[in-house]
Every structure is written in C-alpha cells, then in structure tokens.
Design a protein around this ligand. Structure first.
Ligand SMILES: [Zn+2]
Ligand SMILES: [Zn+2]
Ligand SMILES: [Zn+2]
Length: 139
C-alpha cells in the first residue's frame, strides 16, 4: 500500500489544525485508511464516518460499517469539542479518533474537524446577515 512519507505530510499540512491532544493514548490505525487525514476543505462532520476513506479493517480484513463509541462533548475556553472513536463493527478494533470543534470568534462561527479517517476541515460562517468575506470569496 502506498503511504506518504512523514516528512512530506508534515510540510503540506497546516500546523494550526494539528492538535496532538486528540491522540490521547488511543492508537490510531493507518492501516485501515486509504489516506491519513485527507483534506476535506470545509466539510466538518459532527457525527458519522467518511466511509470512502475506509479500506477495510486491518485486523479482521472486513469492510463493514463502523461503530461510533465514546462520544463526548466538552467545553474548553468557550470552544465546544466533540470527540468519538471509529470502531470496526466486526472486531471492535479502534480505527480512528474523531475530533470536531465549534467556537464563536467575534462575528464568526468556526468549525474544525480532525480525524485520521474523516480528514481535516475548517469552516467559518459569519453570524452577521452581511458577510464581509463574500467580497473576497468571489475571485
Ligand atoms: Zn486498523
Ligand atoms: Zn475488524
Ligand atoms: Zn472521523
């Protein structure tokens, strides 16, 4: 299986969204996914699994639905953090830990997602009726 080298991944990924605390002692499994932390643009999943990136369980070699366990919601400095684990439905092998955050920064709502399986994404939505960013987005 083709796997990107650690070095090229470090360089291309945004350091801002790489928050190591998500690992939390849970072994994440690079053998079960097609691509580690794929870039998903602004698609932030608050629940569910990105099944397209699941190549099959490396332990039992089944490609089945995934279970979601250990779902928790906590608040830290005004930021809401949702975390959960993706598990193989067949053998309960932990495939990845999913992290989703939501916060309000000035007049923007910020969403981020970080998951070995589902990828990384960031989105900001203005809570004002007139989004000043619309101008700069139209290029
Ligand atoms: Zn695995
Ligand atoms: Zn399995
Ligand atoms: Zn995920």
């Amino acid at each position: 299986m083709r796997r990107p080298s650690l070095n090229s991944r470090e360089v291309s990924s945004s350091r801002k969204s790489r928050r190591i605390f998500a690992v939390n002692g849970v072994a994440m499994c690079v053998d079960c996914v097609e691509k580690e932390y794929p870039n998903r643009g602004n698609i932030c999943l608050e629940n569910g699994s990105f099944l397209l990136n699941f190549t099959g369980c490396a332990v039992c070699s089944k490609r089945d639905f995934m279970l979601i366990t250990n779902k928790s919601l906590k608040e830290e400095d005004g930021e809401e953090i949702v975390t959960y684990d993706h598990l193989c439905k067949n053998c309960h092998h932990v495939i990845a830990r999913h992290e989703y955050t939501f916060s309000i920064m000035d007049e923007f709502q910020e969403y981020t997602m970080l998951c070995l399986l589902c990828g990384k994404a960031e989105d900001t939505i203005s809570i004002l009726p007139d989004d000043p960013r619309q101008m700069t987005l139209l290029f």
